[in-house]
Design a protein around this ligand. Structure first.
Ligand code: SF4
Length: 445
């Protein structure tokens, strides 16, 4: 099977980091001569990039492998990503899987496929080692979106929160140097992309092994020409210090949008989670951001139903979130993950109770977001209108984009606006919670 006439398709589960890495893997197969096609186009090679955070990681993996086999029973199927590092021997038993690569080998995908592709349909091969051997930082960014790019600036984590498997799937915290990361950002800028989203596992922990830090990184990125906006995808509260907040507040490029994991609004539960802050620090950070940038948007991660979370503790979380000026929530239902300390904890919460708490917090999130959007009606903000599927709602004949502070805006479709930042007056909210606006001036295309 010569690679010159061969095709490969990719499917990604999970986070922005996985999407950036899939794009890097796709580029390596393109360099090896494979043409990239969509999953439905019956490729010769399927690559599934897996996630380990959700309880359905295994079901999702099985479902996609079955789907791939349904599309092309003769194809070569490779599985990579966090679930592949955690459970390689389980995955290789799924009918149709030809190759499972662990964290240390996933970036050698092209080489392994070249070597093994002749054996599609035979016994699957596992190439995965202990996570402690994973030391390399491999830069990545997704190149298939002309408007916004996820730039991987950090990988792994040293925090070992009690409920989390990510350190077991991705290894210890590591990154490239500031100089190398700035080079990556320049390459992305040269491709015409307008917004870079800095992504990682514990993004704010950038640079420690090089004696550098996250503030120095964003100071350097703030000087990169050609990028209109930088967005920090997520930052731990204990790493979101005044220096970072002040840079964003004074920067022309870093947008006033912070996503800060809280996980619980109860100090007792935060201790059980082994988080590195308490609610007082969290609240103080949130108030500091809003004091410096009153229109900033603050998103919050919360997990419901971790061991020992009584009704009272949950009510503390609900009340705490209502007591601070935050604007939307990402709510996750706790699920036991193998080899974490939480899985050995007593006082497990029944799943239906966990799910009910998740529902209550998602209702709260809708209210918070609506209030944040309503606050901006009548104001004017810069909107980056997107290219491609995410930006063009064909059915409604609309173009979509985000303001700097993460308000989703819809306008009648105008090709002139695609992939450019325009100044938009926020007119009104529609029934779906989208902001309707009108152009005051088209700034940069
Ligand atoms: S900070 Fe905690 S929750 Fe986040 S990746 Fe690290 S161990 Fe997991």
């Amino acid at each position: 099977m010569g690679s010159s006439s061969r095709t490969a398709a990719f499917h990604t589960l999970g986070c922005k980091l996985n999407f950036a890495e899939t794009s890097t893997l796709a580029r390596s197969l393109e360099e090896a001569g494979y043409a990239r096609v969509r999953v439905e186009e019956r490729p010769d090679v399927f690559v599934l990039n897996t996630c380990s955070v959700t309880e359905n990681a295994d079901k999702e993996c099985r479902r996609h492998v079955r789907r791939f086999r349904g599309i092309n029973p003769d194809a070569f199927i490779a599985v990579v990503g966090c679930y592949a590092q955690l459970k390689p021997d389980e995955i290789v038993t799924i009918p149709g899987v030809d190759l499972v690569l662990g964290a240390n080998e996933k970036f050698n995908l092209a080489e392994h496929i070249e070597r093994l592709a002749e054996h599609a349909g035979g016994d699957g091969v596992v190439i995965a080692g202990p996570i402690k051997e994973v030391k390399r930082f491999i830069p990545s960014y997704n190149a298939n979106d002309r408007t916004r790019t996820f730039l991987k600036v950090q990988d792994g984590c040293d925090y070992f929160c009690s409920f989390c498997t990510i350190p077991l799937a991705r290894g210890r915290s590591r990154s490239a140097t500031i100089a190398e990361t700035v080079e990556q950002a320049r390459a992305v800028a040269a491709s015409g992309v307008k917004e870079i989203v800095l992504t990682g596992v514990n993004t704010g922990d950038f640079g420690r092994q090089h004696g550098e830090d996250f503030l120095q990184l964003i100071e350097a990125l703030d000087r990169v020409e050609g990028i209109e906006r930088f967005r920090i995808s997520s930052i731990e509260p204990n790493l979101c210090h005044d220096g970072v907040i002040d840079l964003v507040a004074t920067s022309q490029r870093f947008v006033p949008h912070f996503h800060i994991p809280l996980q619980s609004g109860s100090d007792v539960i935060l201790q059980r989670m082994r988080r590195r802050y308490d609610t007082a620090l969290y609240a103080e950070r949130v108030h500091r951001i809003k004091q410096r940038m009153p229109d900033a948007c603050i998103g919050v991660d919360v997990i419901t139903g971790t061991p020992g979370e009584t009704d009272e503790e949950f009510q503390k979380t609900h009340a705490f979130i209502r007591s601070i000026p935050v604007d939307y929530l990402h709510v996750f239902t706790y699920s036991e993950r193998a080899n974490t300390t939480a899985v050995r904890m007593e006082d497990a919460i029944p799943m239906e109770v966990r799910r009910e708490r998740t529902k209550q917090l998602r209702i709260l999130s809708t209210k918070l977001q609506r209030a944040f959007y309503e606050k901006h009606i009548g104001t004017t903000r810069p909107v980056l209108f997107e290219h491609g599927e995410t930006g063009h709602d064909q059915e409604r004949g609309e173009i979509l984009g985000f303001t700097d502070n993460y308000v989703r805006v819809a306008l009648p479709f105008d090709p002139q606006l695609v992939n450019g930042v325009s100044s938009v007056h926020m007119d009104a909210l529609n029934g779906e919670g989208l902001m309707r606006g009108s152009i005051t001036s088209a700034v940069g295309v």
